[in-house]
Design a protein around this ligand. Structure first.
Ligand SMILES: Nc1ncnc2c1ncn2[C@@H]1O[C@H](COP(=O)(O)OP(=O)(O)OP(=O)(O)O)[C@@H](O)[C@H]1O
Ligand SMILES: [Mg+2]
Length: 449
């Protein structure tokens, strides 16, 4: 890397040659690249040829007023910061300079240390602007790409809740089976809101409780052996952003109490610390476990549950919103094979609509991904051979295969009943007899179509 070009560049436009020389020598020693010009015209020429970060601009130049130059300098270097140098300190001059686009001003005579401070401030602001610009870019890009497929039908109410949640600051609790889209929805709530900070996720089931605690709350130096430095926790790092506490049902009781404290006063105390730090973070939680049962068993704090449950999104499993399957399939294909016009044939689509998708949208996504790989060069997707246990459904008399997944018993029963009904061509009396159950029981248990 060319270190010369990596250094921030300062351009000094001043007819005072001595000042130019002294400032130039001082700033070059402070890891800055310095260019000098003694007239406005020379200065503009340098602006047109170089990338300039900071301009020191004299108020009176041999060929004109300094502030007339400000807009023209900015024209060349949009992000350049101009420090106006004035020998006649008056509020009017300063105001005029700022109005013409200067970032700050210094009054002559000034100490070189003062100059350095002013330059450092410019550089800091430039850095922040750059970081913010890239965050905005990332934010806009992600907001565009993380659309929710299936905002109609049974997802319409979820979609409305997402909008409500995005506009609010209240905690959100997202529940639903594994793979139903809880994490995606949490991110969507963050992206659609006004928060400009990051979206962070911590999985409460993935780490031991003490590690989750230090990840979330941070720690002070010396809090425990190995805490060699101060570390901010995610609740502090996600400043102005959102944090998703995934699998909240698995969070230990001690941490639940600490989290409740944060929700109450939005302050965190690092592990081993005595001072509380205010935090500005939106807290969301997701779980696929039944929190009610955990509350009954005293594994989950009821007060925390109510504190988190301000906005509740209950995601339906994919088998209860099968109308989304074609749209989701289309979206996954557009993402995975954008150049190809891949299609699922009608027979396979029927199978997909029949299949219960115990792994929900994640399973659908994985199946489509595998089907795309299996399709090779062809454009037709063969999805049904990839559906676990599906082989038994249409081959009468054969046992149901569960070669690839262990299905929940209730699901197995549902599918077995369905297969039997098909085998007896919708004759419920014969089906019930064959299954050894009453007609009433069959009617209760039969999948509603
Ligand atoms: N409505 C949707 N539109 C497009 N993609 C979706 C949708 N819902 C879920 N997905 C995709 O399905 C996959 C699983 O979703 P996600 O990780 O959000 O599920 P989850 O409920 O958080 O699962 P877990 O309980 O395992 O954490 C992801 O790849 C996600 O992008
Ligand atoms: Mg998740």
């Amino acid at each position: 890397m060319n270190t010369e070009t990596a250094k921030p560049t300062v351009l000094i436009i001043d007819d005072d040659r001595l000042l130019c020389e002294m400032a130039s020598e001082f700033l070059s020693g402070a890891a800055l690249k310095v260019l000098t010009a003694h007239t406005g015209r020379e200065g503009l020429a340098l602006c047109s040829q170089n990338h300039i970060d900071i301009v020191l601009l004299d108020q009176k130049l041999p060929d004109g007023e300094g502030y007339d130059l400000c807009p023209r300098i900015i024209n060349f270097s949009e992000n350049a910061k101009i420090i106006f140098i004035t020998a006649f300190p008056s509020f009017k001059n300063a105001l005029k300079a700022i109005e013409s686009g200067a970032f700050s001003y210094l009054t002559k005579p000034f100490e070189l240390k003062e100059l350095k401070l002013a330059i450092d401030k410019c550089l800091r602001v430039s850095e922040l602007e750059k970081a913010e610009a890239s965050l905005h870019y990332q934010h806009d890009k992600e907001a565009g790409s993380s659309a929710l497929v299936g905002e109609k039908g049974s997802m319409a109410s979820i979609s409305k809740l997402i909008e409500t949640a995005a506009k609010s600051e209240a905690p959100v609790l997202i529940t639903g089976e594994t793979g139903s889209g809880k994490s995606r929805i949490a991110k969507l709530i963050h992206m659609r809101g006004n928060r400009r900070g990051p979206f962070m996720v911590i999985n409460c089931a993935a780490l031991p409780e003490n590690l989750i605690e230090s990840e979330l709350f941070g720690y002070e130096k010396g809090a425990f052996s190995g805490a060699h430095t101060v570390k901010k926790g995610l609740l502090e790092i996600a400043e102005n952003g959102s944090i998703l506490l995934d699998e909240i049902g698995e969070m230990g009781f001690h941490l639940q109490a600490k989290l409740l404290g944060v929700l109450d006063d939005m302050q965190v105390r690092r592990v081993g610390g005595v001072i509380s730090h205010p935090v500005q973070v939106r807290i969301m939680a997701a779980t696929n476990s039944a929190l009610d049962a955990k509350i009954k068993n005293r594994e989950f704090r009821e007060d925390l549950y109510y504190r988190l449950n301000v906005l509740r999104l209950q995601l339906p499993p994919l088998r209860d919103r099968k109308e989304d399957i074609p749209g989701l399939t289309k979206a996954f294909l557009a993402e995975m094979a954008p150049q190809r016009k891949m299609m699922v044939n009608d027979a396979d689509l029927k199978e997909m609509l029949f299949y219960p998708w115990p792994g929900n949208v994640r399973e659908l996504r994985n199946v489509i991904e595998r089907a795309v790989i299996h399709a090779g060069e062809g454009n037709e997707l063969h999805v049904s051979p990839l559906l676990p246990g599906q082989t038994g459904i249409h081959k009468d008399g054969e046992p149901l295969s569960v070669a690839e997944t262990i299905l929940p018993l209730a699901e197995m029963e549902r599918r077995h009943i369905d297969m039997a009904i098909k085998k007896f061509h919708q004759n419920y009396t014969r089906t019930a007899k064959a299954l050894g159950i009453s007609l009433n029981t069959l009617k209760k248990k039969a999948p509603k179509s």
